[in-house]
Design a binder for this molecule. Sequence first.
Ligand code: SF4
Ligand code: SF4
Length: 451
Amino acid sequence: MKLTAFKGGIHPAENKITAGMPVEQMTAPKMAVFPVSQHLGAPAKPVVKIGDRVLRGQIIAEPGGFVSVPIHSSISGEVVAIGDFPHPLGLTMTAIVVENDGLDEEIGYEEMDPSGLDADAIKKRILAGGVVGLGGATFPTHVKLSPPKEKKIDTVILNGAECEPFLTADHRLMLEQGDRILSGLLIIMRALGVERGFVGIENNKPDAIASLQDLAKKHKNIEVAGLKVHYPQGAEKQLIKTLVNREVPPGGLPMDVGCVVQNVGTAAAVYDAVALGKPIMDRIVTVSGPAMKNPKNVLVRLGTPFFEVIEYCGGLSEDTAKVIMGGPMMGIAQYTLNVPVIKSTSGILAFTKRDVDENAPRACIRCGKCVNACPMGLMPNELVKAIDNKDWELAEKLNVLSCIECGSCSFSCIGRRPIIQLLKYGKAETAKFKRNREEAEKSKAEQAGKN
Ligand code: SF4
Ligand code: SF4
């Protein structure tokens, strides 16, 4: 197939230390902490109380709205607390704490043949399984598979690029459980009435490409493509450009160009939820980085505290200065290791003081490297100035809302400026500014209509 390159982007050191390490199953934690918000949208609502006994796979919090999903317990045991606990996305959030009784009793799961299910039944089972985008976005999958009628979808793309340095969780999943992924892709295609499916994988994973290409021989409508190693190849808009040469318009979504993009891990979870009736209870986490003693890929029960996962991997070196959740480009620094593994925990990475010092910020020298690196054609240096000045009108004009938060600008900045943190803040404030302006315009127009 013909692939198209996207503009901008970077090539950070890959550091895929754990690429050759098969996934190890970690023991269940003594105590598991389940935040009710592990997805974009409304937090789930607890349906258990302190003292209740719960089983593995049981719903402990129900969806809080349409854009929301249930939360399930990954262990059997007793609910011992419901309250505010540290969350890996920062600050504290409501969580349900379950103490493990060591019995690992599970609820029963109802298997079904997906080929006998219509789109609504598929989406119902995806919702019941608590499935969200496992690449990090955590957008509820049943919502993503419900585009408005006027948006005709003709292509599903699975993202197996895993372009973030260090992370190898998706790589191992593709190598070890490719059938689950392709079965999930076929279910997603069925739910959307789509005939064409792609899996895009960066060329630094030739074994995964070969393995999925071999499995895909059974399916005429699925194509597995090797992609140039180029960050952020795994971003939705870049993946669509590369694979089907369509441009998502600024401020638009993949569905505007007939595409739905899902992560390979999400496809595997879709298979579990729809065909096996099993919710998300565990995930593969890459535990790595220069300060991690024994880097590994580990299958971890959701709710397991980071410190237990790190202990399982031999602990941290003495000069550890920073631990992040996710990859180094888009990951989130942790202020405590007392946070739980959640649905979006693709990695736990640890860095030394030296790594951190090398990245200490300096003044902008107006070199323009961030502009060249931006895959969305933005001017990060100018955006940072507008955000510093709280000039949301200018930030909007400079298109801050099109930023995909890939971190290419921060990475390429000689001054190691914290551009990405400022952009995240600037995007949120500009969106608020835009909303307020639109509401004011609307009420002015309504008022004028009345007079
Ligand atoms: S401005 Fe946004 S989209 Fe552009 S490189 Fe920076 S983080 Fe990526
Ligand atoms: S790359 Fe850094 S130093 Fe260069 S213009 Fe951008 S913000 Fe300034």
